[in-house]
Design a protein around this ligand. Structure first.
Ligand code: NAP
Length: 297
């Protein structure tokens, strides 16, 4: 497929939906119950509630059950650890996603340390992050994996490309840079202390932006024909916008993911994929099984 100017997530989401539905039904036939993802809400933050709703709609549609679990407001670290231990031990739960952000008095390190790697469907534990880094089968963070799916679906090359990734969070920027490196791109990771960002982006074939900063990337910062993956989700004047100002992109032949409608729809389906992969991995008790889940990802 030739590079289109608009890299919409819908066709990838639709393909993943079909694949995950099939794999979830295979699991159900084999085990007698559906794959199940539990979400753990620790703070009634609007973005966490919105993501929980999206997960609920997205996974039920493909035959995965969702169990929403909530901690009471003001819960202690011990309560968070106990909730994770209970979900870790529950054999009917195959995937656990702790909704972010956590309240200020709960450290995300507790989640890293106490979430069972075999149920870590957003790939945030040291085991999954380490396995990704080493190139071993792992449960991969769904947003950056969705970015790879978009590039592949639209036939956009990765090997040999110069890629700039703006953002170095553990859930988006850092794992995406690792994934691109494994796929033989030459990757530069940028952050707030990067000097002359535009100089770097102008030389890039692929620019991925996950900063949470509307308008951080614009036409003047890109070379003609570049590919822009915009992971940003920001609300400006009541509208959802990304991190890139796409004005004039089409005139430069820049292929880009629109916001909304680009990377977002793919994320939930990759999470659903990971839940089924975790369900199959639970049968052998090994993350190596993720590589042989009966889904194409
Ligand atoms: N599309 C999806 O499915 C999806 C999923 C998750 C998140 N998101 C969105 O993606 C964005 C990033 O999320 P996140 O969780 O990765 O955020 P995060 O943890 O806040 O990390 C933001 C990163 O961007 C960097 N950054 C911020 N402003 C910058 C600037 N002006 N110049 C250069 N670098 C800058 C930060 O640099 P420092 O490290 O120096 O602070 C940091 O590394 C948010 O808009 C979020 O809503 C989208």
């Amino acid at each position: 497929m030739t590079s289109p100017p608009l890299l919409r997530g819908a066709p990838i989401a639709s393909r993943l939906r079909a694949e995950v539905t099939l794999a979830a039904s295979l699991f159900r036939d084999q085990v007698g119950g559906p794959p199940l993802i539990a979400t753990l809400l620790t703070d009634r933050h609007p973005s966490a509630l919105a993501y929980r709703d999206a997960i609920d709609r997205g996974v039920r549609r493909v035959g995965i059950d969702h169990r929403p679990v909530e901690l009471a407001t003001g819960s202690s670290s011990d309560s968070l650890i106990a909730a994770l231990a209970s979900l870790n031990q529950d054999r009917s739960v195959h995937g656990i996603l702790v909704l972010m952000p956590l309240p200020a008095d709960l450290s995300v390190h507790l989640v890293f340390e106490h979430l069972a790697p075999l149920k870590d469907v957003d790939g945030i534990t040291p085991t999954n992050a380490g396995r990704l880094h080493l190139g071993l089968p792992s449960l991969r963070p769904s947003t950056p994996q969705g970015g790879i799916e978009i590039l592949d679906f639209y036939g956009l090359p990765i090997a040999g490309q110069n890629a700039v990734v703006i953002g170095r969070s553990n859930v988006v920027g850092k794992p995406f840079a690792t994934m691109l490196t494994h796929r033989h791109a030459t990757v530069t990771t940028c952050h707030r202390q990067t000097r002359d960002l535009a100089d770097l982006t102008r030389r890039a074939d692929i620019v991925a932006v996950a900063a949470g900063h509307p308008g951080l990337i614009n036409r003047a910062m890109l070379k003609p024909g570049a590919v822009v993956l915009d992971f940003g989700v920001n609300v400006v004047d009541g509208e959802v916008v990304g991190d890139a100002d796409a004005t004039g992109f089409a005139g430069l032949g820049i292929a880009y993911t629109p916001v909304p409608g680009g990377t977002g729809p793919v994320t939930t389906l990759v999470l659903a994929h990971n839940t089924v992969a975790a369900a199959f991995a639970s049968l052998s008790g090994s993350l190596d099984a993720v590589a042989t889940t009966p889904i194409l990802l």
